[in-house]
Design a protein around this ligand. Structure first.
Ligand code: HAM
Length: 423
């Protein structure tokens, strides 16, 4: 039907099975972040548009085409957050976190919005788990975030994820490098894709991470930014790599990684499944952003962080049949007859007060239909209460797994007996 209401294009509902998978990823990620000494932060889903317009880069795809911008009823210009870092930095400044012990280590989980072309693994509402460490330029911190992120993938159940790292130096380095790139690409411009031709004019770095031109000889043979790093940046990158080596974290240096957001400096990285199919791509990325706090009006404050794509982790776990076991209830009640129905409601309440999860059977169904429902629920025990049981203040406890016999017990001892059956 033409006027059937559906979720917006590129956005999807998390039905119970997916919501459980999301919770598994979130809980695992939070436990790992806690182990590294990170603390939670939650920023608003909408921000003053300037928070993103000032930080993501005018020529980043995010600002060019992907940000959801709107005016609210008071004519304030707001944006749905396309990513988490800028909002966390805005909060760092707003709450004077610069006076806290540095670095400030924070993590977050939530939905983000990008008006992207939807396809497998690319959505307009996406979920990220992210971590940021603000207030230190130590290369040990870059390694710490990579370690945290790698641990997260491992513990969530994803193995065989490849890590690629690069250093893009400071703004001065990138300026020199971009001049060299311009000279290198000049004779080839007309043979590049239309997108790359635009990027050649506006942000030539991003020609390097054009998917369309990845195989183009001029892209393949482009000069490497690593040859342009100054001594301090080179030393920083060497130190990051030495830390990764001593942590036993495998990586590949890939000088074509420049990342999609302009706020990065020095270390940048991406994690991608080795058997990545189609366009699902990176399951996370991050890097240093030593200049971002200044872009928001603060004093120079070096920082580093990452964002992990929860939707893409979920897709990978599903493709590998690594779903967490479904949560089930402990008990199903089966009310039979009118007095039984009233007694079953009380019995369910008693069992819940004792900490058991109880699915209340709906009165008026046949014993056969009720038993079918009980089996499908995955519960370990059915508690059957008919009019006779109600009159005597008892219930029949029927184990649904194994071959223990059913028995009739007084309501006040019901929870203990059910617990005994569940074991
Ligand atoms: P990002 O690379 O834009 O970085 O996004 C991080 C991850 O989010 C990606 O690797 C991908 O897994 C997932 N992702 C991005 N866009 C989509 C989409 N449209 N659909 C599904 N998944 C998506 C950032 O956002 C930075 N804030 C990361 C960061 C934190 N850098 C420093 N601190």
């Amino acid at each position: 039907m033409a006027d059937e209401l559906r979720a917006p294009r590129g956005m999807h509902d998390l039905l119970p099975e997916d919501a459980a998978l999301w919770a598994h990823i979130r809980d695992t990620a939070e436990a790992v972040a806690h182990r590294f000494g990170y603390r939670p932060i939650a920023t608003p889903i909408v921000e003053d548009a300037k928070v993103f317009l000032r930080t993501a880069g005018d020529e980043s795809d995010i600002i060019q085409k992907e940000v959801y911008l709107f005016e609210d009823r008071g004519n304030d210009r707001l944006a749905l957050r396309p990513e988490g870092t800028a909002g966390v930095c805005r909060a760092y400044l707003e709450h004077g976190m610069g006076s806290w012990p540095q670095p400030v280590r924070l993590y977050y989980f939530g939905p983000f919005f990008r008006y992207d072309r939807p396809q497998a693994g690319r959505y307009r509402q996406l979920w990220q788990f992210g971590a940021e460490a603000i207030g230190s330029d130590s290369p040990a911190l870059d390694a710490e975030l990579i370690d945290l992120q790698a641990t997260l993938y491992r513990e969530v159940g994803l193995s065989d994820i490849a890590l690629r790292i690069n250093s893009i130096g400071t703004a001065a380095t990138r300026h020199l490098y971009m001049e060299a790139l311009r000279a290198h690409f000049a004779p080839h411009v007309t043979t590049l894709s239309r997108d790359s031709q635009r990027r050649y004019e506006t942000n030539i770095l991003r020609v390097l991470d054009s998917k369309e031109d990845a195989g183009h000889p001029a892209v393949q043979g482009a000069p490497s930014i690593l040859d342009f790093l100054d001594d301090a940046d080179r030393g920083h990158f060497e130190a990051v790599k030495a830390h990764l080596d001593s942590l036993g974290i495998a990586y590949e240096v890939d000088s074509r990684i420049v990342r999609g957001l302009d706020y990065y400096s020095r270390t940048v990285w991406e994690f991608e499944p080795r058997d990545a199919e189609g366009s699902q791509g990176a399951v996370g990325g991050g890097g240093r952003y030593d200049g971002l706090i200044e872009l928001l009006g603060g004093v120079h404050t070096p920082a580093v962080g990452f964002g992990v794509g929860v939707d893409r982790i979920a897709l990978n776990l599903k493709a590998r049949a690594l779903m967490p076991p479904a949560a089930t209830v402990d008990v199903v009640t089966i009310p039979l007859g009118e007095a039984g129905a009233a007694a079953a409601v009380r019995a369910a309440s008693l069992l819940r007060a004792a900490g058991l999860s109880v699915l209340a059977g709906i009165p008026g169904r046949s014993m056969k239909a009720a038993m079918r429902g009980a089996d499908a629920s995955g519960a370990a025990v059915a508690v059957i209460i008919g009019d006779r049981e109600a009159a005597e203040g008892v219930a029949t406890v029927k184990p649904l797994r194994g071959n223990a016999e059913q028995r009739t017990v007084a309501l006040d001892g019901l929870a203990d007996v059910v617990r005994g059956v569940i074991g």
